[in-house]
Design a protein around this ligand. Structure first.
Ligand code: COA
Length: 283
């Protein structure tokens, strides 16, 4: 039995205001932060629209991989200082809490548990709050000249939201402490050295390399890829015993929902001798 990961194809594209979506023939859902005039700073409207977009693409069978990128010359300049901070300052505490939660709802919780592979394609400026969705995407490719920064100290706040926590997930302590405490910007090459992103490539290769990676991911069983990414995300926080049980549950779940992937894999190698799994997937 093979069960579709997402059976409900939608015909319309979600978003259209602060978030723009394109779905291409390769099964890539291109999701753009779409406030280029504001360097794609995340205001409350964008946070809500992004959640709705990701929710819709989760249930859209045309989309196998989601790429998160930015319109114009920015990936995202972080939280919107005017609309996210200044304009909510005087509001009741419950309103402020809701605005904050609507940010992390998609920037972390939605992305971390997203059933499809996600790639951050960092095409330009990436500051402060933007580090949360950056780290929450499964993989990240950056323009070598993209500028990153934990700029919070530069404008008089500590890196709140989940910025510091996200940073601690992927980069070494010395580097994290250096950049959160000094607020110095750094480029895509430095981000690659610290493993904040998987790779940094020249601007004219950014899209090509991202598509190549997305195609690789979408050629594999979606259930296997889903189990693999969620297995890694969650098991690292468990005891070894709990992790063993959880990872076998993910393993068995992938077989249950896509039993052909494993059967074909074993047959091709053991019986047909048509490929070597150690060197790549079957055609
Ligand atoms: N919040 C709100 N507005 C922002 C913003 C943010 N994080 N980042 C950029 N903008 C707005 C600017 O206010 C400006 O709006 P205006 O045209 O209405 O005046 C517009 O975007 C363009 O910004 P500008 O500074 O002129 O662009 P630039 O290309 O010269 O510089 C940045 C780009 C990203 C280096 C610069 O805008 C910046 O430092 N932004 C703040 C980054 C930051 O500290 N983010 C952390 C938030 S947690």
């Amino acid at each position: 039995m093979t069960t579709e990961l997402t059976p409900n194809a939608e015909n319309d594209l979600p978003g259209g205001n602060t978030v723009r979506v394109e779905i291409d023939d390769n099964g890539i859902g291109w999701v753009y932060f779409n406030r280029p005039d504001k360097r794609n700073a995340m205001n409350p409207a964008l946070n809500m629209e992004m959640f709705e977009v990701l929710d819709a693409l989760e249930g859209d069978s045309r989309v196998k991989v989601v790429v998160l990128t930015g319109s114009g010359d920015a990936w995202s300049a972080g939280m919107d200082l005017k609309e996210y901070f200044r304009e909510t300052d005087g509001k009741p505490r419950w309103v402020q809490n809701r605005v904050r939660r609507q940010g992390t709802d998609w920037q972390h919780h939605k992305l971390i548990n997203y059933p499809k592979p996600t790639i951050a394609m960092v095409n330009g400026w990436c500051f402060g709050g933007a580090f949360v969705p950056l780290v929450s995407c499964d993989l990240a490719i950056a323009d070598v000249d993209a500028q990153f920064g934990l700029s919070e100290v530069n404008w008089g706040v500590t890196p709140g939201n989940l910025v510091t926590r996200a940073l601690a997930e992927v980069i070494p302590t010395r580097d994290a402490m250096y950049y959160i405490m000094t607020g110095e910007p750094f480029d895509g090459r430095r981000a690659e050295q610290m493993r904040l992103v998987n790779e940094a490539v020249p601007a004219d290769k950014l899209r090509e390399r991202t598509i190549e990676l997305a195609n690789r991911l979408s050629s594999l069983s979606q259930w296997v890829v889903r189990g693999t990414k969620l297995g890694f995300r969650h098991s690292r926080l468990m005891s070894w015993e709990a992790a063993e049980d959880f990872l076998y549950a993910k393993h068995d779940q992938a077989i249950l929902f896509d039993e052909q992937a494993r059967a074909r894999g074993m047959q091709g190698f053991l019986d047909d001798k048509s490929y070597r799994p150690g060197l790549g997937a079957q055609d």
